[in-house]
Design a protein around this ligand. Structure first.
Ligand SMILES: Cc1cc2nc3c(=O)[nH]c(=O)nc-3n(C[C@H](O)[C@H](O)[C@H](O)COP(=O)(O)OP(=O)(O)OC[C@H]3O[C@@H](n4cnc5c(N)ncnc54)[C@H](O)[C@@H]3O)c2cc1C
Length: 397
């Protein structure tokens, strides 16, 4: 294999290029990214960056890194077409031949069919965040469409800076897609305690010059509306090339598409959950980077065990760090260990652990969930639900 091309120069695309070099790939690596500049981290865009505005600190690697590692970074150029037969990527008038292609095209904001939505601002790219930061320079009445992680992180920063903030969420609770009802309720208290108005079960039906209108006809006055209603995977390039798509570019347990010369990773890829076998798509730094490492290892060393990394995620809201280890399904049982830790169980077996400001328990949970037989309820009960003690006991056994 001589030439590897990566489309998408975000968190996962860059990691793939770096991991290929770390695994000893000596051929040409080309990283094509639609955004201008160097690859950067997205998580601080809804957190520290809104406060400090320090864009340079977000760069994942300095420019010199790319020269030193002979990674050709083609930034500000969108890949327009994949020619699978000719094994070429067409981008910005140039043709990039490949022996293996890695798709790391990420996601873009979901745009529900809400009249006037063009008035709302996005928070996905550094450019979006820079614009929003500018908007926060004077007092604002802000309406946020969506009570998920990004909407709430933005709400916490904006409220702490003294703006009037309303969050309108269509679901009956916050972060409902991935969080237990117990911690949804805890975070509702946090945001309401900060003075944010949180409207649950209240879908937005229009965005107007005056603010937002809710489905029940009521209006919320706002001079700044933020769209944070989830994302959709960027799959068009793959679909047009005839690759299978199923809520993301469909890959197998080796993160390989139906074309053995093309892999996909991160936010844009749907892959079999190593625990349940169901097809899932994760939006996290962990998934993007672990996928990238797995693909690089497979390309250099050949297929080994299928991808099986334990998912984990974090979100910073005010001074609360939420951490989730594992992946709970909507029907999973919750077992609160206290106000700041919730165990999730599927069929009596630990599926996820949610914690607030408790990095130690989070790390123990990741270890336990990584074992081939995660703890059962009986095992957890026997050790008084003390994850550290259980991890120790298992290590000694
Ligand atoms: C505001 C915000 C806060 C977040 N906070 C957290 C957090 O706290 N914790 C966490 O784990 N995750 C967080 N995330 C999610 C995390 O950033 C993503 O899961 C991660 O970046 C996914 O990496 P990726 O490489 O799959 O996609 P991305 O990093 O999104 O990169 C995809 C890149 O592909 C480019 N691209 C798309 N199509 C083309 C094309 N045709 N040609 C060339 N380039 C193309 C895009 O422009 C983009 O730059 C956050 C995301 C946002 C937006």
């Amino acid at each position: 294999m001589q030439r590897i091309v990566v489309i998408g120069a975000g968190q996962g695309g860059l990691q793939a290029a770096m991991s290929l070099r770390q695994e000893g790939f000596a051929g040409a690596v080309t990283l094509i990214g639609a955004e201008p500049g160097l690859p950067y981290q997205r998580p601080p865009l809804s957190k520290a960056y809104l406060k400090d505005g320090d864009g340079a600190r977000l760069d994942l690697r300095p420019a010199a890194f790319f020269d030193k590692n002979e990674i050709t970074l083609v930034s500000g150029v969108r890949a327009e077409r994949i020619d699978r037969e000719g094994r070429e990527v067409h981008a910005g008038g140039t043709v990039y031949p490949y022996d293996h292609l890695i798709l790391a095209t990420g996601t873009r904001n979901l745009r529900p069919p809400i009249p006037g939505l063009e008035r709302a601002l996005d928070l996905r790219t550094l450019e979006d965040a820079a614009r929003l930061r500018g908007e926060l320079a004077r007092p604002r009445r802000i309406a946020i469409i969506g009570g998920g992680f990004i909407g709430l992180e933005f709400a916490a920063v904006a409220r702490a800076a003294g703006h009037e903030v309303t969050v309108a969420e269509a679901a009956p609770r916050l972060m409902a897609r991935v969080l237990s009802p117990e911690l949804s309720a805890r975070f509702l208290c946090l945001h309401e305690g900060m003075g944010t108005r949180v409207l649950l079960g209240r879908p937005v039906s229009a965005v107007t010059d005056e603010g937002i209108t809710l489905a029940d006809g009521s209006g919320i006055a706002a001079d700044l509306v933020i769209l944070a209603a989830g994302v959709v995977p960027n799959v068009e390039l793959a679909a047009e090339a005839g690759l299978d798509v199923a809520n993301g570019v469909a890959v197998d347990g080796e993160l390989l598409t139906c074309d053995p010369s093309i892999s996909a990773l991160g936010d844009c890829a749907s892959f079999p959950d190593p625990v349940t076998g169901a097809r899932i798509r994760l939006e996290s730094v962990q998934a993007a980077t672990d996928h990238a490492r797995h693909i690089a290892r497979r390309l250099m060393k050949g297929a080994g065990a299928p991808y099986a990394a334990v998912p984990w995620f974090w979100s910073d809201q005010a001074d609360w760090k939420l951490q989730i280890a594992g992946l709970a399904g909507p029907g999973d049982e919750s077992l609160a260990l206290g106000p700041d830790a919730v165990l999730r169980l599927r069929d009596g077996v630990l599926s996820a652990v949610e914690t607030v400001n408790d990095a130690k328990t989070h790390m123990q949970a990741r270890k336990l969930l990584a074992s081939p037989n995660p703890p059962s309820r009986a095992e957890l009960e026997a050790c008084g639900f003390d994850l550290a003690a259980l991890a120790k006991e298992r290590a000694a056994a």
